[in-house]
Design a binder for this molecule. Structure first.
Ligand code: ATP
Ligand code: MG
Length: 561
């Protein structure tokens, strides 16, 4: 191992909570929440937030609530709701009976809005959306007050109640907080609290036609649940003043605090749900769970383990500065995990037949193969060997260059767990392509070593031709060929056209017949693979999770880490 995981990386929120607990704030209680909006599948960025919220709560003996931030009917779907809960559970976290929804609080939020109107802290505005934007001003110019800003309380109450009753159309009125149109923080320039949206909601149906804005719903939901630390990403930093303003001006039962951290960005990856939705809708990938997608559903199907993702999230640390994590670090995390637990097997992706001329005809023999050199308890298995085997086409060269040590005419190599073989002839078709190799073997080298101390420079994987099973294997490369596909707008132009290679007829050792969907293996020399749900009983489909090459080690070496 190369020491990446040697120390716990900084996490300033852990420090804040430690201090709060020490100081006895909130009676020493820690309650966090994970608040996804069900408008898409979760991605690896969400995993950072999930690990942080559930992880910190557990560390401090607290709890983490699960709350759907479902204030946006129209964009939200039950398919997303189900996938999100499934993904969080898969990552290894549990909210017990603490599943909440912002929509659980619609009635309470409405009551508080009425209170605010009565207190002169909210008013119904009848400007159009465009006008509201115009009146808002800019970072350098103050906003202008709406002509409706000083409506009498009674009129505001009446209008707001009629908004709720469905008497107006979308966009006719909004409810706004009365704060300060000249505030240097644009979020405080009389933010919209409610808009009319005549749309069915996946939970509340047609009960409501006015819906609270995120900013108005979020802090109050935190307060209702007794959340102590409301942890979100940096883009909400400028919203914190508003978060606090609402809590200061509403008679809430608890006082949560908001803390912001930098979101996770990954090289060669887009993360925004809007962009991921486009990849799905326009057919650039096969679905939300396409193994090239950075969604948790895609990553899971690709073969990642929840442990590897949790380790990754711990390893990247939590700070406030925007940064982009090297995709190689994510791959390092899964390699590290699977190295310890994935059984080794042999499979040939691109088969080249080899006939061993001096090996007896018939059913051959069984040879011992080590299941996992990292784990003696994994034991050994027996792999059939016979006169006809397949090796990897690229492990043979008729005219090898200087540094090619694998099989070539007249050259001897080791077959893993089997024998030394030597290439004695090359069979070609009319087009001059190599179709078969003729070899001889040395029976004295059974198990892979020569008693006379003879050395070979390469060890090849192989499968016995009559015993092997056929499989489809899907090899993946980065979905985008640019490290920052979001850089110049058109991320679609940065899609890697070669991100998927399908091998229709790989040959695998027979023990892999019937391998369970989701099970993971190391194919010796080729990488880690897992069984895809597209498999059928007589034709398994394998996804390559990751190659064996550790690019992270190279990154670190180059950077002198
Ligand atoms: P996106 O911008 O990717 O569409 P979002 O922020 O709109 O995501 P939500 O469903 O609102 O998605 O996110 C739920 C929680 O996950 C929020 O607290 C959000 O801050 C956090 N989150 C979203 N993306 C990331 C990320 N890349 N890194 C860390 N946390 C994230
Ligand atoms: Mg959001």
């Amino acid at each position: 191992m190369n020491g990446v995981e040697s120390k716990v990386p900084p996490n300033f929120i852990r420090t804040i909570i430690t201090d709060d607990v020490k100081a006895g704030k909130n009676g020493g209680r820690v309650l966090t929440r994970f608040p996804p909006e069900p408008n898409g599948y979760l991605h690896i960025g969400h995993a950072k937030s999930i690990c942080l919220n559930f992880g910190l709560a557990a560390e401090f003996g607290g709890l983490c609530n699960f709350r759907f931030d479902d204030t946006n009917p129209g964009k939200e779907e039950v398919e997303y709701v189900d996938s999100i809960m499934n993904d969080v559970r898969w990552l290894g976290f549990d909210w017990d009976d603490r599943l909440y929804h912002a929509s659980d609080y619609f009635e309470q939020l409405y009551e508080w809005a009425l209170d605010m109107i009565r207190d002169g802290k909210a008013y119904v505005d009848s400007l159009s959306a465009d006008e509201i934007r115009e009146y808002r001003g800019t970072l350098t110019e103050p906003g202008k007050e709406s002509p409706y800003r000083n409506r009498p309380v009674a009129e505001n109450l009446d209008l707001f109640q009629r908004m709720r009753a469905g008497e107006f159309n979308d966009g006719e009125h909004v409810l706004r907080a009365k704060i300060d149109m000249a505030s240097p923080n644009l979020n405080l320039r009389d933010p919209v609290m409610y808009r009319i949206r005549k749309m069915s909601h996946w939970r509340t149906g047609d009960k409501w036609c006015i819906y609270p804005m995120y900013d108005y719903a979020h802090g109050q939901s935190d307060a209702i649940e007794g959340v102590t630390h409301s942890i979100c990403t940096m883009e909400y930093e400028d919203h914190r003043a508003l978060y606090d303003w609402y809590l200061d001006n509403i008679n809430v039962p608890n006082r949560p605090r908001q803390y912001e951290f930098a979101r996770l960005n990954l090289t060669y990856t887009v993360m925004s749900k809007r962009k991921l939705l486009r990849l799905v809708q326009e057919g650039y990938v096969a679905g939300w769970d396409d193994p090239r997608m950075p969604t948790l559903a895609g990553i899971r199907r690709r073969g990642y383990t929840p442990e590897s993702i949790r380790n990754f999230c711990e390893r990247i640390g939590v700070g406030k500065r925007e940064s982009t994590v090297d995709l190689a670090l994510l791959e390092y995390s899964i390699r590290e995990d699977l190295n310890l637990r994935a059984p080794r097997v042999m499979g040939v992706l691109n088969p080249l037949k080899v006939v061993i001329e001096n090996y007896p005809e018939g059913n051959g023999e069984l040879l011992d193969a080590v299941n996992n050199p990292e784990d003696a308890s994994a034991g050994i298995r027996r792999v059939p060997f016979s006169r006809e085997i397949y090796i990897e086409r690229e492990d043979f060269m008729e005219n090898p260059p200087k540094k090619f040590y694998r099989l070539a005419p007249g050259r001897e190599v080791r077959l893993r767990y089997a024998y030394f073989v030597k290439c004695v002839d090359v069979v070609k078709n009319e087009a001059g392509e190599v179709t078969e190799l003729r070899c001889t073997y040395d029976p004295a080298t059974r198990g892979g070593d020569s008693p006379d101390g003879r050395k070979v420079k390469a060890t090849l994987h192989w499968v016995s031709a009559p015993h092997a099973i056929e499989a489809e294997v899907r090899l993946y490369d980065k979905l985008f060929f640019k490290p920052d596909p979001e850089e110049d707008g058109d991320f679609i132009a940065d899609l890697n056209p070669d991100s998927l290679e399908v091998i229709r007829s790989a040959r695998l050792e027979p023990g892999l017949a019937g391998a369970a969907v989701g099970s993971r293996y190391q194919f010796e020399r080729l990488g880690y693979f897992c069984v895809d749900p597209d498999s059928t009983p007589d034709r398994p489909v394998f996804n390559r999770t990751v190659t064996l090459r550790d690019t992270w080690a190279r990154v670190k070496k180059a950077e002198g880490i």
